[in-house]
Design a binder for this molecule. Structure first.
Ligand code: ZN
Length: 264
C-alpha cells in the first residue's frame, strides 16, 4: 500500500501536468460512474493529505481518490494506451494522460465532505505547518501499542507499514510499548524523523531509512538490502547489534523490530 510520501508525490506529478488545464475524465470500466460530471472541467489543483488525494475542479467538485492496498497510477504522453484491465479512471489532455487501476474510492466530494475528511485525520508530517500536538495528546492517553497507533490514520495521517517499523527502530522503541509509556520527547523526535524521512521519500522512490554510518557498506550507492533497518529483514542480523530481526502481526499488518535495540 502506498504511504503518504507516495501520495504526495502523485499529487505533485499530477498537478505539474494537469493543473490549470481543461481535462478529459472518463472511466473505461465504469468503476467511477461520475467521471462524466468532471469531463471538460479545468483542474484547479491537487491536494494530498495522508493517503488521500483531492483533485479540485471547483468548490464543491473535488475528485477524492484513495488507493487502498492495490490501487496505482500510471502516466505518460499521448496517445492513450489501449484500454485493458480494471481501468477505473483516466484523466487526459491533448498531450498527457494518467490512469488509475484498482483503488478503493473514487468519488466526488463537496468542500464540506473534504473538510470532514481532514478533521477525521491526524496531522500529516508532509504538510508544512501541521500541528502534531493533538496526536501526542491522543497517544499519551492510550494503552494501545505505539506500533498500532502509528498506523491509525486518525492519530497521524500518511504513516504506513514501512515507516512505522523504521521510525520505531530509529527511536529504539519496541512496537508493542503502550502509547502512554512513550514519553513526549520520543514522540517529538518520531514526528521530526517522520518529516525528514517522508520528505526524502517524496523525491526518492525508494524507502531509504538507514544512515550511512550504520550500513555494512557505508560508501557508494545504498544497496537494496541495506536501505532499511528492520522492515522485511526478519531473521537477518540487526545492523547495530547483530541480533536477529523479529516480526509479528500488529494492526492487521506485519511489524518488524530488533528485540535487543528496541525496548518495551
Ligand atoms: Zn539491534
Amino acid at each position: 500500500m502506498p504511504e503518504g510520501n507516495q501520495i504526495h508525490r502523485f499529487a505533485e506529478e499530477h498537478a505539474a501536468v494537469f493543473a490549470g488545464k481543461r481535462v478529459h475524465v472518463d472511466s473505461p470500466n465504469g468503476g467511477f460512474a461520475d467521471a462524466e460530471v468532471l469531463d471538460g472541467h479545468k483542474l484547479i489543483r491537487v491536494d494530498a493529505i495522508g493517503k488521500h488525494l483531492g483533485y479540485r475542479f471547483g468548490r464543491d467538485l473535488i475528485l477524492h481518490v484513495h488507493l487502498g492496498m492495490y490501487g496505482d497510477f500510471k502516466q505518460g504522453k499521448m496517445p492513450l494506451p489501449p484500454v485493458k484491465g480494471a481501468l477505473r479512471l483516466r484523466i487526459y489532455t491533448k498531450s498527457d494522460w494518467m490512469e488509475l487501476r484498482g483503488g478503493t474510492d473514487t468519488s466526488i466530494f463537496t468542500d464540506e465532505k473534504w473538510q470532514l475528511l481532514r478533521d477525521r485525520l491526524g496531522p500529516d508530517p508532509l504538510i508544512p505547518g501541521s500541528d502534531p500536538k493533538p496526536a501526542f495528546e491522543k497517544i499519551a492517553k492510550r494503552n494501545t501499542s505505539i506500533g498500532a497507533l502509528l498506523m491509525d490514520q486518525s492519530v497521524f495521517a500518511g504513516i504506513g507499514n514501512i515507516y512505522r517499523a523504521e521510525l520505531l527502530f530509529r527511536a529504539r522503541i519496541h512496537p508493542l510499548r503502550p502509547g502512554k509509556d512513550v514519553n513526549l520527547a520520543s514522540l517529538k523526535s518520531i514526528w521530526k524523523d517522520a518529516q525528514t524521512l517522508m520528505s526524502a521519500g517524496v523525491k526518492d522512490t525508494r524507502y531509504v531509512t538507514t544512515s550511512a554510518k550504520d550500513r555494512p557498506h557505508p560508501r557508494g550507492p545504498v544497496r537494496e538490502e541495506e536501505e532499511r533497518y528492520v522492515y522485511r529483514r526478519h531473521g537477518k542480523p540487526c545492523f547495530i547489534c547483530g541480533t536477529k530481526i523479529e516480526r509479528a502481526e500488529l494492526a492487521t499488518r506485519t511489524v518488524y523490530w530488533c528485540p535487543n535495540c528496541q525496548k518495551k
